[in-house]
Design a protein around this ligand. Structure first.
Ligand code: ZN
Length: 290
């Protein structure tokens, strides 16, 4: 996500190093887009958006929930569901089961999908948020199951669903079981639609493969974060396959908006208000500021 400032040859290192040798490693962060050196606390105060170039840094699922949900309103559900290695899969000499265990230790999460109930601007909602740090936010059996249960929970209470996705697509370690989640989740959201309950999808950087090709692009309202990469295959694969130069800004949220794939591009600091207003429109307590 962010490049930590460690290397001596990078500009500014000495200035930082000389101030205090005991400062934590992540105190300074280099913006991967404009190269600006940013003070981490200042970046956090700015919702993890670069003040110089507006690059939206990736967020963990819980940081995202803290930004979107009303304070103390989030209650997690289905966190007991644990992924398993049904295929005995290994890649580059590493077993999937070991990879899962190390990722779980590193992230403190059991899966890439975090589900719960919350309120946004006082509107009740079921939240389903992907954490990209967990194996690239890839969709596999438990990810899909938690999404389906999120829909069931929403239908039980009559709540809308807000999905927030940041994913590389389907998880290869679970093979066909991962691909099946595309149909399973899309069918669940079709049921939600038939029940007259809305699905709002927020697509953040990056949103690719089986996730873009399933539940998050069948939502009633699709919002992109500025600059987010949104597509099926990545731009390099497309360029290699078609042997054509892709247009400037291809597959960014702005490009998708211009070509009718999504409905809105909303800067991070306006997300809570915009989503809150959308939920109010759907619930009948209409107040349209945007
Ligand atoms: Zn920047």
């Amino acid at each position: 996500m962010r490049e930590l400032f460690r290397r001596h040859h990078e500009p500014g290192f000495q200035a930082v190093d000389e101030v205090n040798r005991d400062i934590p490693d992540d105190l300074w962060v280099k913006c991967p887009k404009c190269g600006e050196l940013l003070y981490h606390r200042e970046l956090e105060h700015n919702d993890m958006v670069c003040p110089k170039c507006s690059n939206h840094f990736r967020l963990s699922a819980h940081a995202r929930i803290a930004q979107l949900a009303d304070p103390d309103s989030f209650e997690e559900h289905f966190s007991h569901l644990l992924p398993t290695d049904a295929l005995g899969f290994s890649s580059n000499g590493e077993k999937y089961s070991d990879k899962l265990a190390s990722t779980q230790r590193k992230t403190g999460l059991r899966e890439a999908m975090v589900v719960g109930t919350a309120r946004i601007q006082d509107e009740p909602v079921v939240l389903a948020v992907t954490d990209f740090r967990f194996l690239g936010g890839t969709m596999a059996s438990v990810y899909g199951e938690k999404l389906v249960r999120a829909v069931d929970l929403a239908m039980m209470h009559g709540y809308p669903v807000l999905t927030v996705s940041a994913s590389g697509g389907a998880r290869m370690h679970e093979g066909m079981f991962s691909l099946m989640q595309m149909a399973k989740t899309t069918a669940a959201f079709a049921r939600l639609g038939r029940a007259g309950l809305p699905h709002v999808a927020l697509l953040t950087d990056p949103c690719l493969g089986g996730v873009t090709a399933s539940y998050c692009t069948v939502a009633d309202i699709i919002i992109g974060e500025p600059g987010a990469l949104i597509g099926f295959a990545g731009p390099r694969v497309i360029e290699q396959t078609t042997r054509q130069k892709l247009p400037q800004g291809f597959q960014t949220a702005e490009f998708c908006l211009e070509h009718g794939m999504i409905d809105l591009v909303v800067p991070r600091r306006e997300l809570r208000t915009t989503i809150g207003n959308i939920l109010k429109v759907f619930s009948g307590g209409c107040r349209v500021d945007r």
